[in-house]
Design a protein around this ligand. Structure first.
Ligand code: NAD
Length: 241
């Protein structure tokens, strides 16, 4: 199966770089917090600090949205929330299915943050016949036999995979064949998808491994040494921040 997504250009068709797209949710989260506190305007420095981003980068990112703020006043919080939400496609409702309703799938189903951001959990799907009909987060789990019908009946374009790694590719293939074009993969495996299908993967253990690397380096700096050496005596490979 082709893996065309690996060769995608780093720029979206509308000219917004992928790196900017990846920061838009950070700005939106900070802006939503300001909006909830009824803060009307925010400077680029304040917003950059709240989002954990460099302020020059923020101004450059917002220039892609055509948003330049007002000198001495800053950015209009409500308008920026609207603008970023629109750019991210969040002004419409996105039905989402979660496949694999074990520990993780059930936790995801119970997470209220999806619905409040416009991602409605349309269905929960599992291969275990004993789970069929059982309510999780108020939704009855459906068997994988129903997968194609569920996708088509609900117009689902985003699927979340929370199955064991060994089942993930097969689940992915079925989701894609049924019409899903975006996949959030929690299973620790690399998925192959055809051109036009986007995959994002979440792996908390990789994040922890990166933190472990930095911890190890900090420990090395504190002791005045160069950090713990690898098993063969070489320095560990330097990973990008
Ligand atoms: N990305 C992360 O940070 C992260 C964190 C925790 C777990 N995980 C991964 O998430 C996955 C689920 O973990 P868990 O602890 O919830 O496991 P679990 O065993 O509790 O749940 C897995 C569920 O998937 C179902 N399933 C198995 N094959 C299926 C198929 N072909 N179609 C549909 N459903 C199927 C099982 O019936 C079960 O209910 C694992 O791959 C695990 O490694 C990832």
């Amino acid at each position: 199966m082709a893996t065309g997504r690996n060769h995608r250009p780093a720029t979206r068709s509308r000219g917004i770089p992928e790196a900017t797209v990846a920061r838009l949710p950070l700005y939106l989260r900070a802006l939503t917090a300001l909006s909830e506190r009824s803060v009307p305007t925010v400077s680029s420095e304040e917003l950059a600090a709240a989002a954990g981003v460099n302020s020059a980068k923020l101004r450059k990112d917002f220039s892609y949205l055509g948003s330049y703020g007002t000198r001495g006043v800053g950015y209009d919080v409500e308008y920026l929330v609207y603008q970023i939400s629109r750019e991210l496609g969040l002004t419409q409702d996105w039905p989402v299915v979660i496949v694999g309703i074990g520990n993780l799938g059930a936790a995801l189903a119970n997470y209220g943050g999806f619905a409040s951001r416009g991602f409605r959990v349309a269905a929960l799907i599992d291969a275990d016949p004993a789970m069929a009909g059982k309510p999780v987060a108020g939704i009855a789990v459906q068997h994988t036999d129903e997968l194609e019908k569920i996708i088509s009946d609900n117009g689902v374009s985003i699927g979340v995979i929370a199955t064991p790694a060994g089942a993930a590719q097969q689940v992915c293939d079925r989701l894609v064949a049924a019409g899903v074009t975006s996949i959030l993969n929690f299973a620790p495996t690399v998925l192959s998808v055809p051109e036009g299908v986007d995959v994002r993967k979440v792996d908390l253990s990789i994040e922890l491994q990166i933190l472990a690397f930095h911890e190890q380096r900090k420990a090395g700096e504190e002791s005045g040494g160069p950090g713990r050496k690898g098993p063969d005596g070489d320095m560990p490979a330097v990973m990008p921040a």
